[in-house]
Design a binder for this molecule. Sequence first.
Ligand SMILES: Cc1ncc(COP(=O)(O)O)c(C=O)c1O
Length: 415
Amino acid sequence: MSIKSMVAYNGREIPKEDKVFAASGAALDAVEKYGKANVINATVGALYDDEGDLLVLKSVEKAMKSLPAPSFAAYAPIAGTPGFKDAILKAALYGFEPKSYTAVVGTPGGTGAIRNSIANYSEPGDKILVPNWHWAPYKSISNELYRDVERFQMFNDKGGFNLEDFEYKVKKLTRNQEHLVIILNTPANNPTGYALTMDDWYGVKKVLDEVSLEKKIALVLDVAYIDFAGDPREVRSFFSVIDNLRTNVLPIIAYSASKTFTLYGARCAAMICFAHNPEVAEEFVKVNSFSCRNTWSNSSRAPQEVIERIYADPELFKVVEEERAAAREMLLARGRGFEEEAKKVGLDIVPFSAGFFVTVPCSDPDALAEELKKKNAFVIPLATGGIRISVASSSEAKCRKLPGLIKEAMENLGM
Ligand SMILES: Cc1ncc(COP(=O)(O)O)c(C=O)c1O
């Protein structure tokens, strides 16, 4: 008898295929067959221009292409080059001056920052607290690390942030766990586009203020889409709240260069802590560097050099800012366009503020995604009861067309 499986699965459930890649593969096949103009590919988690090509900031492209060989070929220090760490901190804070002690560890993408946060601020067997609408890798990363997720309902029946369920789950988990990692992806949440309001944040602070000081909480702020969520200073207003939490809470910002600098494949990001004292900040660097060393070793040097250059050259910085602002306006217009048309045709969407994605709740996401394929519209069916539409990857005209198509498809299916 031949052996059919050699892997030690260790309790992980590994699907046959990744739904995102399967849907985007089908969209690409349709593009090949029918041409870009006739296909709506709303599957992609990257910003595309109106012609359907990946949008790369020209200034970033130029800086990348001008790097001398040692700047991309040499190893970077484990936690990132000193120039990169200074620059990425500036990019993340955008003028905000925390009273906390900040420290930076470079990682390959926001994914690495999330992975290290879970690995180092929770124990095997712990539950990581995430909202029911969340980026799927939060669960699979947790599972890889012998943890699991506990979900709180993100919205109440008035369409606001469900602080009651958040509080209930924080209390439930801290009863049995010494450590608790909480991941909040805001603003421009994936997949909903929701952003916690300042009132939501005061509520979150109140809940965390009530947790016993014996319990240690890592509050991971996954801000992957923050620079496309609105005015850069305004969308960071909540930093004043996380800068003011009790000593048993360590805020960690997972700040990615993937979207901010359109460097998705270059794999560059940083985890940044807001610590109450230098010891916790130093420990953050020591422990997370250790994890980097033993997971992927050092991160890619080229994007670090590019980001350092951008912040060392005021002219270049200005161009990057201008280009990003134009791209952001384009994206915001697409989101507004989708929202307006959804209202017109009476299509319900999950509360949306801004970002790469909009979610339409439905009872059978797979069936709806299949039905939409018949119209050459491609979306991602979510296990959490909805379809995710990327407004980042389609023109405003296509974003405006989609709500009518979705409404019609739902009616065809009797939804
Ligand atoms: C919510 C969220 N967090 C984090 C990431 C991580 O991205 P990266 O590892 O490319 O920085 C993504 C990417 O799609 C995301 O959607």
